[in-house]
Design a protein around this ligand. Structure first.
Ligand code: PXL
Length: 278
């Protein structure tokens, strides 16, 4: 196996089972060296905790990038998640441009919204900057809420295929390569993910669990990235990510008091094999 190296850029939420505390173990478990660039340090994530601290690391990024360039460091893939500010997104675009080798995959999870709402602290300037970053990505992994903000579309909880198709078209118009749209559900019992590239629509449908679990988007995007970089097709990477995330949600649902994140740890040992055997 050829050893690969990914850079992931997202925050450290010290407590909360999201962003880097998910991406680092998950991508490592895929068998890939995982380099990190923390976008911010928060005491917890912002969804449900009150009074969290937030240290924005935007101004550290240019010097980190310049050092990597001096050392001749580049990555097989760069995967971004929750970013700290609109200005920071510009610096991340510089990293895309300057720390890529030939064939470096750029994967953007525009982690900024869910259930029809932006996360606290984000505004339209941030959304615009994120849309610009999506333009530079080979893969973007929005949920439906993020897709709506990125394309200035109406958010709907009940929809049909034509609504999803129009979101996909508008997302592609941002200029990105492939769209992985998560949480697309055409029935009560099932949900799924659409992989869309230039009019080519593939859908992986799976069980829909009656629980909402914070942090599953980060698990999904991390597994997708790891599996893709391990050479899986976008559809296979999407289905492995979906199956793994469903297992994490099932484990988490057994613990009624665990409200702030998804328990991926008990399932992590299976991930390498899930990738190998697909
Ligand atoms: O899971 C996405 C995420 C990542 N990082 C921080 C968050 C959230 C979602 O709320 O608040 C800080």
């Amino acid at each position: 196996m050829q050893f690969k190296k990914i850079l992931t850029i997202q925050d450290i939420s010290c407590v909360g089972q999201c962003s880097l505390t998910v991406a680092l173990p998950v991508i490592s478990a895929c068998g890939i060296e995982t380099c990190v660039l923390p976008s911010a340090v928060l005491s917890t994530h912002t969804s449900g905790f009150k009074g969290y601290t937030f240290r924005d690391l935007t101004e550290d990024i240019p010097a980190i990038k310049d050092h990597w360039k001096k050392e001749g460091i580049s990555f097989d893939a760069i995967y971004t998640g929750y970013l700290g500010s609109a200005k920071q997104i510009g610096y991340v675009a510089d990293i895309f441009a300057e720390c890529s080798g030939e064939g470096t995959l750029k994967i953007v999870d525009p982690a900024m919204a869910d259930n029809g709402k932006l996360y606290p602290g984000f505004d339209t300037e941030f959304v615009k900057a994120m849309a610009n970053l999506c333009e530079k990505a080979d893969y973007i992994i929005p949920n439906i809420t993020e897709a709506c903000f990125l394309t200035d579309s109406e958010y709907k909880t009940e929809y049909d295929r034509s609504y999803i198709d129009s979101l996909l078209l508008k997302l592609t118009d941002l200029g990105c390569g492939t769209v992985i749209l998560t949480g697309v559900s055409y029935s009560k019992e099932k949900t799924g993910v659409v992989v869309y590239k230039k009019g080519d629509y593939e859908y992986y449908e799976h069980e829909r669990l009656p629980v909402i679990c914070h942090g599953t988007g980060d698990i999904y995007a991390s597994v997708f990235t790891g599996a893709l970089v391990r050479g899986k097709s976008p559809l296979d990477a999407s289905s492995i990510a979906a199956d793994f995330t469903v297992e994490c949600i099932k484990v988490t649902a057994k613990d009624k008091d665990h409200w702030y994140g998804a328990r991926f740890e008990p399932v992590l040992y299976k991930l390498y094999e899930m990738i190998e055997s697909k």
